[in-house]
Design a binder for this molecule. Structure first.
Ligand SMILES: *Cc1c(COP(=O)(O)O)cnc(C)c1O
Length: 381
């Protein structure tokens, strides 16, 4: 059997070892060190923001941001519905209540219409959220020119979950810079990986300082260990940060590769009863994953495609299952884009994430395309 083609595997650039070796040579494999400081600086430079805090995961970043906005037991937090659970699990860590906001059809990101409805509800029920978590899905920016004024109008801060969108832009600005704080993930399947890690970015120096304090066990400045607040062990290691520095240098080329892969899928499957995630002309995505959606007119199902690819040892997946459909969040309210129709749920029912790794070869993609083609071509008798 041929080597497995993964959805989005790690892709080392070759520069990572240099920074890892530096850490070994100076015996500075842990805890924090030069690589961590430099990784923060270099990422700030890349996205065009003033302050950053490197962490053990993106989820830790969302947790610290919620804590920063004083989210506590009984509070409400709005969050994109079509996302990975890492976006909203931290709401439960703080014993607060998630309220889910459906997607709009244009970019599959948070619907401004649904967000308005949620705020009207919150106002009439006296359940104003402490924060709104807006996700940049599959590497494409949400429509911030429409979303941010709504949040501003109600005076509620925005946490931008750009875990999937490092390198993507919206109206010339990089994703991660639109909320009061932005979060990135360097988990194994993301566009760059440190094997595991995350980053919070912000222009609010005080906010980053406070979150840095909590992320390092809330150690008060004293010779002995003094703690006045609860803390967390959320920092990244100097080794992982070294991987991140090497990865960051290759990010733009990874985006080019992924864009090429996306364009190839779109062109080669043009005549099939499918469409791809719409690309808004307000920005350029990082093309993290190529996602197709089957037309109503076809009897082919996502399972048909996923199972057929699996027979050839190729990984593909359904879209994120919307959060309001997850048993763990079943009691949480959801606000739809339309009257009764949930955009996210219909996408989930008819979508497939295709192999999109920046290291996938043209021959490998050709294999994937061939299999999909065959599914749609009726067998000749
Ligand atoms: C991956 C991801 C996260 C969580 O990041 P981790 O580093 O895995 O904790 C959060 N939100 C979204 C949208 C993600 O895709």
């Amino acid at each position: 059997m041929q080597d497995r083609i993964f959805l989005s595997p790690p892709h080392m650039s070759g520069n990572e070892m240099k920074y890892i070796e530096e850490a070994f040579d100076s015996n500075w494999i842990a805890p924090l060190g030069t690589n961590v400081d430099k990784f923060e600086e270099e990422l700030c430079e890349y996205v065009g923001i003033n302050h950053a805090l490197a962490l053990s995961s993106g989820t830790a970043g969302i947790h610290l941001a919620l804590k920063y906005f004083n989210v506590g037991p009984g509070d409400y937090v709005f969050c994109s519905d079509l996302t990975f659970a890492g976006s909203c699990n931290p709401i439960l860590y703080q014993y607060a209540n998630p309220v889910f906001i459906d997607s709009e059809p244009e970019t599959w990101n948070m619907s401004p219409e649904a967000l308005e409805k949620a705020f009207h509800w919150a106002q009439s029920e006296n359940k104003m959220p402490k924060a709104v978590i807006i996700v940049d899905l599959y590497g494409q920016s949400a429509d911030y020119d429409r979303l941010l004024p709504i949040c501003e109008q109600y005076g509620v801060p925005v946490i931008e979950d750009a875990a999937e969108a490092l390198g993507a832009t919206y109206k010339g600005k990089k994703c991660g810079t639109f909320g009061h704080v932005g979060i990135f993930s360097f988990n194994g399947n993301k566009i760059i990986t440190t094997s595991g890690g995350g980053m919070i970015v912000s222009n609010d120096e005080e906010a980053i300082k406070k979150m840095r304090f909590w992320a390092t066990q809330s150690r008060e400045p004293a010779k002995h260990y003094e703690h006045r607040e609860v803390g967390y062990n959320y920092r990244i290691s100097n080794i992982s940060a070294g991987i991140g520095r090497g990865q960051l240098q290759a990010l733009d080329s990874f985006i080019d590769n992924r864009k090429f892969i996306f364009d190839t899928y779109v062109n080669k499957l043009e005549d099939k009863p499918i469409r791809f995630m719409p690309i808004s002309d307000s920005g350029s995505p990082n093309y993290w994953l190529s996602v197709l959606v089957l037309d109503d007119s076809t009897s082919v199902t996502p399972e048909d495609i996923i199972n057929q690819l699996e027979l050839s040892n190729i990984e593909s997946r359904p879209l994120w299952k919307p959060m309001h459909l997850q048993p763990v969040f079943e009691d949480s309210p959801i606000f739809f884009h339309g009257e009764t129709e949930c955009v996210g749920s219909s996408l989930f029912q008819c979508g497939v994430c295709l192999p999109s790794g920046s290291s996938m070869t043209e021959a490998q993609q050709e294999t994937v395309l061939q299999i999909i083609n065959d599914i749609f071509t009726p067998v000749k008798k």
